[in-house]
Design a protein around this ligand. Structure first.
Ligand code: CA
Ligand code: CA
Ligand code: CA
Length: 472
């Protein structure tokens, strides 16, 4: 990595040198602009995570640790990786370091839903899960779980345990056309449950389908100061630009207080420690010191009585490795960032107001105990606030302060590589969009103006904007 940036700087200096020579020898011939001078290109914009950017665009582009880690941190990353990627097994087992799976679970490993540290797919066990709640809230403002099924439907179970049930998705196509005649179709999902083995869910049960996101740059996001995030919040739209942006304050299991939410599709989780321990218990059925109880409701007796993988099932040392792992996965460098069309797309992105939510730049704070995460210029293309995205994207289920139609601006860094890393392009919180264009056309609410702007573009302009997003 260091070599790479030295090389980049070198090439850049060479260009300046070349530029000087060029002007001094060939004063009156037609001058081809040097790549550095293409209007709109800003030096360094391709470095999505500043000096920590990963120089790779392969199917492993999301899987590298950032540069600048200490030897100990670097080693712990690899141990963390093994507990993230390898399957957990039923207890008791000779592989006692990784037993305790379930009894109810969604996947046998973290990477089951975050394959290659990337984006899940809208299929059960490949990355989509359903959060459940009753509509009332608990003492910390949290959504209250269903009595029989808890806060999440686990659709897998160990061999002798009764599973919770299954769900299926049915898509309805909604056709549309641009002014120039090009047609598109959006697919709206409806969900149905089957084989519910623990009785009915409470009447009026609410559920929220969620896809696992790419794991890149999360420690940098965690290290943005609260003040910097709140600077963009404008809940009552005082500046009257049609965009509000609201902070979601959520329960922090570590401090047992309320904190700014940053992670998850509704900014429903405050930090990566809570998120990681929460995923272990919620998605894999692995207990930790933070979430001590097996994930079984009071009616799930065989689940409660099953053999466990220890108390807790993942000890705090191993949990720390996985938390570190989630913090230091890097962000890949942009591609084609100097192409004329991409630069035109960047211009359109701004004009369409996309950047009012997909904020292009932050500088991380100095607060992380991982020195490499401190003071880094980043281009995540998110404000990490929740926005009203319209009724079309509503899940009918509030998550702390985020209402049913409110979602956290999804960071766009790395989005153009999801296809390479995960071999699909399903986007949005439930994977309903089959590509970037469909994701844009689903934008409503505060983003309606941006959506309409896109809708009125001609084909060439639409293509430029899409090329820009693909370059991220
Ligand atoms: Ca367990
Ligand atoms: Ca459950
Ligand atoms: Ca505003």
């Amino acid at each position: 990595m260091t070599e790479f940036f030295t090389l980049m700087r070198y090439i850049f200096r060479l260009n300046i040198l070349f530029f000087v020579l060029f002007f001094s020898c060939k004063k009156d011939s037609k001058i081809e602009p040097l790549s550095e001078q293409i209007p709109g290109y800003e030096i360094g914009e391709e470095l999505s995570a500043g000096i920590r950017t990963i120089n790779d665009e392969s199917s492993l582009a999301f899987s590298y640790r950032i540069s600048g880690l200490s030897t100990v941190e670097g080693g712990n990353f690899f141990t963390g990786n093994s507990f993230f990627s390898q399957n957990w097994v039923e207890a008791p087992s000779s592989t006692s370091a990784r037993d305790g799976l379930g009894p109810l679970f969604n996947s046998r490993s973290c990477s089951g839903c975050h394959l290659n540290d990337g984006r899940g797919e809208p299929f059960s066990a490949k990355g989509l899960l359903l959060r459940l709640s009753t509509g009332s809230t608990g003492s910390s403002g949290e959504p209250m779980p269903d009595i029989n099924y808890g806060g999440q439907l686990q659709d897998y179970a160990l061999p002798n345990i009764t599973s919770e049930g299954a769900f299926s998705i049915f898509y309805t196509e909604i056709p549309g056309a641009f002014a120039d005649g090009e047609v598109y179709s959006l697919r709206a999902p409806t969900y149905s449950f089957s084989n519910l083995n623990y009785g009915n869910m409470q009447s009026g049960i609410l559920f929220s389908p969620r896809i696992g996101q790419q794991m890149i740059g999360l420690g940098l996001i965690e290290n943005i100061s609260i003040t910097d995030i709140l600077t963009n919040a404008d809940e009552t739209d005082i500046n009257m630009d049609g965009i509000s942006g609201k902070a979601n304050y959520v329960y922090n299991a570590l401090t047992k207080t309320t904190d700014l939410g940053r992670f998850g599709w509704k900014a429903n989780v405050p930090n990566l420690y809570h998120q990681t321990a929460g995923a272990f218990i919620g998605d894999l059925g692995i207990t930790s010191w933070l979430f001590k109880d097996q994930n079984c409701t009071s009616v799930q007796n065989d689940c409660q009585n099953a053999i466990t993988g220890g108390t807790p099932e993942i000890d705090s040392i191993k949990l720390n490795y996985v938390v570190l792992y989630t913090k230091v996965l890097g962000v890949p460098i942009r591609r084609n960032y100097k192409d004329e069309e991409v630069l035109k797309g960047k211009y359109i992105f701004k004009n369409a107001g996309c950047d009012k939510c997909h904020t292009s730049k932050f500088v991380t704070s100095n607060n992380s105990d991982i020195a490499a995460l401190n003071n880094i210029i980043i281009h995540p293309y998110s404000d990490f606030l929740v926005h009203d995205m319209g009724i079309g994207l509503s899940d009918n289920r509030a998550d702390f302060l985020a209402k049913s139609n409110e979602w956290r601006t999804q960071p766009l860094w790395g989005i153009g590589l999801i296809k390479t890393v995960n071999r699909h392009t399903y986007l949005l919180h439930d994977g309903r969009a089959r590509n970037i264009q469909e994701a844009i056309l689903w934008h409503g609410g505060e983003a309606q103006m941006s959506r309409d702007y896109y809708f009125k573009l001609n084909k060439k302009e639409r293509s430029s904007l899409l090329k820009f997003i693909e370059s991220l």
